[in-house]
Design a binder for this molecule. Structure first.
Ligand code: APR
Length: 175
């Protein structure tokens, strides 16, 4: 499974599925959640309202409606807690792993992720980037059947640089 980094707006990505950094209600919000709901249209909220929410680290799939992507996977990331760092790490890993599993089961070949939890949920960006990329690599090695490419779509230069740094660190380790 190829892993790509790019800067841009995830709502414009022509992939099989985009991932939404949602909250547990799945009823929309600000940030990338708000952008995805605005771009998908009101049918997405109607669909999400019937899902009964989603636990942190879990993932639920809906159609993409007006989005270029066929599907959206909604996953609430952890609100970062330094006091519970290990739990925050585990929950963020779960977001990526469970979203990849759901996408693979839905026979998706391409998936795009935002930088989950690094906005309103205050997860330190470089730590989150390390977790995201390691989980993508592990899933690609151990489980991917249908998924051929996963793209991290970063919204600003600082976040993009954090993921570039984490990617280089990972390649140096894997070499
Ligand atoms: N495309 C890609 N990335 C985006 C976009 C977009 N259109 N809009 C924002 N982002 C980026 C942010 O810049 C940040 O890097 O997504 C990352 C995650 O930030 P948030 O959207 O704030 O998500 P998160 O930190 O997981 O907080 C989730 O915020 O919007 C609410 O309902 C949401 O309660 C939930 C919480």
């Amino acid at each position: 499974m190829k892993i790509l980094l790019e800067m841009g707006d995830i709502t414009r990505k022509h992939v099989d599925v985009i991932v939404n950094a949602a909250n547990k209600t799945l009823l929309g919000g600000g940030g990338v959640d708000g952008a995805i709901h605005r771009a998908a249209g009101p049918a997405l909220l109607a669909c999400c309202s019937a899902l009964g929410g989603c636990e942190t680290g879990e993932a639920k799939l809906t159609p993409g409606f007006n989005l270029p992507a066929s599907y959206v996977i909604h996953t609430p990331g952890p609100v970062y807690s330094a006091a519970q760092h290990a739990q925050s790490v585990k929950l963020l890993e779960n977001c990526y792993w469970n979203s990849l599993s759901l996408a693979d089961q839905a026979k998706c070949r391409t998936i795009a992720f935002p930088s989950i939890s690094t906005g309103a949920y205050h997860f330190p960006v470089v730590d989150a980037a390390r977790i995201a990329l390691r989980t993508l690599v592990r899933f690609g090695k151990e489980r991917a059947i249908n998924l051929q490419a996963a793209t991290m779509v970063l919204f600003d230069p600082e976040t993009y640089r954090a993921y570039q740094f984490a990617m280089k660190e990972l390649w140096d380790e894997l070499k």
